[in-house]
Write a protein that binds this ligand. Structure first.
Ligand SMILES: C[S@@+](CC[C@H](N)C(=O)[O-])C[C@H]1O[C@@H](n2cnc3c(N)ncnc32)[C@H](O)[C@@H]1O
Length: 334
């Protein structure tokens, strides 16, 4: 029996849902943290199994109305926090956590929400705030100096024309109010080369990562999750761009070679391990899923399982991605 709670206009398909469920095994019961509640696609499926509980986070305040309906239906088996997932340790959590799940990026409802300004197909003021933000894309485009802007476009968008685009933005912002359409025009004029993707994709991705501090959010939440998930519990990530995937891949590969002596060293003995990689090879959607839901094509699923009890020191991840974390800080004075 279907128990779909989300509104009729909800066209969001939970990506890699069956694969996530087969890793977290909610049929055995347990407490799961859904760090990216969204339209509640994952949470709803988990709660269909008896003896399960979901503690959900989402930074977008528009998720609250869906969460209220879940609360009415599932009562104390469901809790919702309109917070960023980096604040996962700021609430009182039960001792036993059987899984922490991240389905990163944005939902269909967010990309089609004109007020959020996440899409280059929309018109109007630049925004890109997902919720609980300090700055918007409008602030970055209107106030950030050229060098800093160039760095954001290059490091977060892998944008080869970052220098020319930022130079043209700085020049144009003296004459016009750069909104979404103006920005797309500037990008199109700056990029002459043919690309399969829309020319604005990389710039919009870079701005969204910057506005929402996506790098520090992910690094902080992964670091905290690995020390709050219980033995036999899992951490699962579904990513949609190469930077997120690089972070998850490195984090999971590193913690799965971490020894029980709380130092990051390669191990020889299996019994010393604290985490095991669940899937050595990344899991991607089937052709069938991509046909039904084309935006799922870039999804990548990685997961680890806690097999030992010791805590992990996670400074290695902050050191590894220092350059990206510094890039994120470039907007802190705006
Ligand atoms: C792809 S959607 C999740 C969809 C969900 N799995 C479902 O099936 O409905 C990603 C969600 O994560 C939320 N999100 C992104 N970054 C976040 C963060 N740092 N903290 C909390 N929520 C975040 C977004 O607001 C969005 O609602």
């Amino acid at each position: 029996m279907s128990v779909t709670i989300a509104s009729d206009e909800n066209l969001h398909y939970p990506v890699l849902l069956n694969e996530v469920l087969s890793i977290i095994s909610p049929q055995n019961g347990g407490t799961f943290i859904d760090c990216t509640f969204g339209q509640g696609g994952y949470t709803e499926k988990i709660l269909q199994f008896p003896n399960t509980k979901v503690i959900a986070f989402d930074r977008d305040h528009k998720c609250k109305s869906i969460a209220i309906k879940f609360k009415q239906k599932f009562k104390d088996r469901f809790e919702f926090y309109n917070k960023k997932f980096s604040e996962i340790d700021c609430i009182k959590l039960p001792k036993k956590i059987d899984g922490v799940i991240f389905d990163l990026g944005f939902s269909y409802n967010q990309i089609t929400d004109k007020s959020k300004g996440l899409s280059f197909n929309h018109t109007g003021k630049l925004n890109m705030k997902m919720g609980h933000n300090d700055i918007s894309a409008d602030d970055i485009i209107k106030k950030l100096p050229a060098k800093e802007l160039e760095k954001i476009l290059r490091n977060f968008g892998d944008e080869k024309n970052a220098k020319l685009i930022s130079k043209n933005i700085i020049q144009q912002r003296q004459n016009v109010d750069i909104n979404t359409e103006e920005l797309v025009k500037i990008i199109n004029l700056s990029k002459k080369n043919f690309t399969k993707k829309n020319k604005a994709t990389k710039v919009f991705q870079a701005l969204r990562i910057s506005v929402n501090n996506e790098i520090s959010e992910l690094i902080s939440a992964l670091s905290k999750s690995c020390n709050l998930v219980s033995k036999d519990g899992v951490i699962v990530t579904v990513t949609f761009h190469s930077i997120e995937d690089k972070i998850c891949k490195f984090f999971f590969n590193t913690v799965s070679t971490y020894k029980s002596v709380s130092r990051y060293l390669p191990v020889n003995k299996k019994e010393d391990l604290i985490f095991n990689l669940i899937n050595k090879k990344v899991i991607t959607p089937t052709i069938k899923e991509i046909k039904i839901n084309p935006p799922s094509r870039s999804a990548k699923l990685r997961a680890v399982k806690r097999v030992g009890k010791n805590k992990i020191k996670t400074n290695f991840i902050y050191e590894k991605f220092k350059n990206l974390l510094e890039t994120e800080q470039l907007t802190s004075k705006l």
